[in-house]
Design a protein around this ligand. Structure first.
Ligand code: ZN
Length: 330
């Protein structure tokens, strides 16, 4: 049985589990796909299922109990969790090599034998946040993990990872949920029917906007980009696009979200130009204005891709956004 709280991805979850059972699961897996579709939960479910005394992620046995803690501890019996930290939001080498995370460091942890005869699991959250040194430190272990040890790398930005890391992992691509699956989760989280259209349109099969504050911010960002593209001045419209100092997210992650929303807007305006339905249909009016303009979308799209490549180095956010806003003027 699968965890009913996790929506979607059933075929992949089934296949992964069959491979655990027939001892054919790769040692290094890279879960990719849009942000907020449950990749981490699918990866964790796989580990939990294998560590579960009933082999079902039952949620009640001694093997499952440690998975119930919120937030999940860094170290569980036979599971280690590596996640970005600090203002820059990076996975530092100290976490991999030294004793910051577990005694002896991650690589030694990976080589210890499991006491209970189960596998050992290492979850790497936001794997694109491995800095160069920590990524290089992991290469050899990812290439050939000790028998019975599995690395589960999770990322929504595989393109930002070192090619050397990607090539050592088997890729498990997950797709967005369908909007009914996503909306079922939203309903359970307390969203009401009056928000369904805007929520499903913005969420696009992800669960990124379950938190009303995240939703409100993304709406403000969509509207800011539409205002800028319609000719509003940067000073008047761009405020929601700038990173917030008090946010729990790293500046580069906030910027990445702003840029991604603009890519969606431009993609939708392009769709309208060729007579197709936009994903952000709740903002159809603004999108139609952009679709009717003479703007060649190639230039802003190139400016966004260029900016995305530099985000990890935390460039000056405002000047970067100004440049993109300029490209929106054609
Ligand atoms: Zn269990």
């Amino acid at each position: 049985m699968f965890d009913p709280a996790i929506q979607g991805h059933l075929a992949i979850r089934q296949r992964l589990w069959e491979r655990v059972q027939s001892v054919r699961l790769s040692g290094s897996l890279l879960f990719t796909g849009p942000d907020g579709i449950g990749k981490r939960r699918v990866a964790l479910e796989l580990a939990q299922r294998e560590l579960c005394f009933r082999r079902s992620a039952c949620g009640h046995c001694e093997g499952c109990k440690p998975f119930k803690a919120e937030p999940l501890p860094v170290e569980l019996p036979n599971l280690l969790r590596i996640a970005p930290e600090g203002k820059a939001g990076l996975i530092r080498i100290g976490a991999i090599r030294e004793d910051d995370l577990v005694e002896g460091g991650v690589i030694r942890w990976a080589h210890q034998a499991s006491l209970s005869g189960t596998h050992r699991w290492i979850l790497v959250e936001d794997a694109h946040r491995l800095n160069g040194a920590s990524a290089n430190m992991l290469l050899k272990t990812l290439e050939e993990p000790p028998p019975g040890t599995h690395f589960l790398l999770v990322t929504h930005r595989a393109e930002a990872m070192l090619q050397t890391i990607r090539s050592r992992c088997e890729r498990i691509p997950l797709k967005a949920l369908d909007s009914e699956e996503a909306w079922r989760v939203a309903l359970a989280a307390g969203w009401g029917a009056e928000d369904q259209e805007r929520w499903t349109s913005l969420s696009a099969g992800t669960l990124r906007y379950l938190d009303p504050a995240d939703f409100a911010l993304a709406v403000a960002r969509v509207e800011a980009w539409l205002a800028l593209s319609a000719g509003a001045s940067f000073a008047a419209a761009a405020q929601p696009l700038l990173p917030e100092k008090n946010s729990t997210l790293a500046q580069s992650e906030q910027m990445a979200q702003s840029l991604e929303l603009l890519l969606r807007i431009l993609g939708d305006a392009g769709r309208l130009r060729s007579g197709r339905k936009p994903g952000l249909w709740s903002w159809r009016e603004g999108l139609e204005g952009l679709a009717r303009s003479a703007l060649d979308f190639k230039r802003p799209v190139e400016a966004i891709h260029e900016a995305q490549r530099h985000l990890v180095r935390n460039p000056f956010a405002e000047s970067l956004l100004r440049e993109i806003a300029l490209a929106l003027r054609g």
